[in-house]
Design a protein around this ligand. Sequence first.
Ligand SMILES: Cc1cc2nc3c(=O)[nH]c(=O)nc-3n(C[C@H](O)[C@H](O)[C@H](O)COP(=O)(O)O)c2cc1C
Length: 373
Amino acid sequence: MMTKQPAASRRRLLAMIGGGLVVAVGAPSGVFLATRKPEDALRPWKLAGQYYHDPRLQALSYALLAPNPHNRQPWEAELVGDTELYLYRDKSRNLPVTDPYARQLTIGMGCFLELMEMAAGQEGFVLETRLFPDGEDGPVALCRFIHDEGRPDPLFKHVMNRRSHKSSFTTDLVEADVAAPLAEYASLYLGNEEHVQIREIAHDAYQTEVSTPEAFRESVDLLRLGKAAINASPDGIDVSGAMVDLAQMMNLIDPEQLYDASHAVNRDAIETSLAAILSAPASALVRTPGNSRTDQIEAGRRWLRLNLAATGLGLKLWPVSQALQEYDAVKPHFDALHQAFAPEGTRVQMLGLLGYGKQLPKSPRWRLETRMR
Ligand SMILES: Cc1cc2nc3c(=O)[nH]c(=O)nc-3n(C[C@H](O)[C@H](O)[C@H](O)COP(=O)(O)O)c2cc1C
């Protein structure tokens, strides 16, 4: 159904959505504005830690809050006996264009495992984890929960405030003494020439990705626009707010236009993101000696800890992964980054922009029950 909205204001509305602005065009009622939060999709954040009857479910209920690429949440768990669980990666959630070897998805599994171990520690359990017990095509891990003295982890208290920042940074610099604890998990570049070089590479690779139709399409296919779509599919790239809901209700969003990166609906959002990347005052690289599956899991573990530690310091961390991806269009950026920052065959697994900024909302999650085999 076509809208009766005049073309010019329709374009403006779309551009505003693209810019991520929530503007009350036509003054929607206070009730409407107040009810736009996709509460169902956010419930797993409230349910975390409510599974007291089984320490494995208890730990899993936190682990599913881990960062993961495009919020695909590819994890699946299967309880075995009374003390063990298998953790699988659901391959139907792959990202074939931007993550052809599932490197990033595996890093996300590493984030999950680390958070699961931390959560188990809170309840007095340690985990004995065997990675890829049946080889790389089988489960990611077999984990045994062992009741022990348990070691609560000081980073655990930041789990609920952790976010992947995806927005501009303030002009505040990241001071070396403030960021020092993060050096345990990543190489830090605080406002120096190397940081500027990393930021430029991240910026240029982002630009290349949005100009590569098949890569851009993969992201657009994961857009969840508005409350109903996010609640129905609490994953992918969620865009919520009254403007988006209004636009959806009024049929203002033409899915075909979304696939066109040069269209007004996208252009503002892309330019805003590019400017936000350039606003970062510091960066962090997580490197591994090689690029095996266990290297990738290790990178995920370190990224999760880096993200939590940064949260504890009041810093925001934005993973910007385009220059690390393995498809032809972004190869020049990959090579530039690795030539400059990956000595002796090491691999950059995560590139994070670091700085201060506003706290973003929580991102949606599938409920634990839906992730159990
Ligand atoms: C391996 C990996 C790669 C990621 N790459 C990007 C990226 O390039 N750009 C981005 O904005 N977020 C990236 N993210 C962050 C995810 O989008 C984010 O974790 C997910 O949407 C869930 O949001 P949350 O971390 O705030 O809970 C990445 C996360 C992981 C683990």
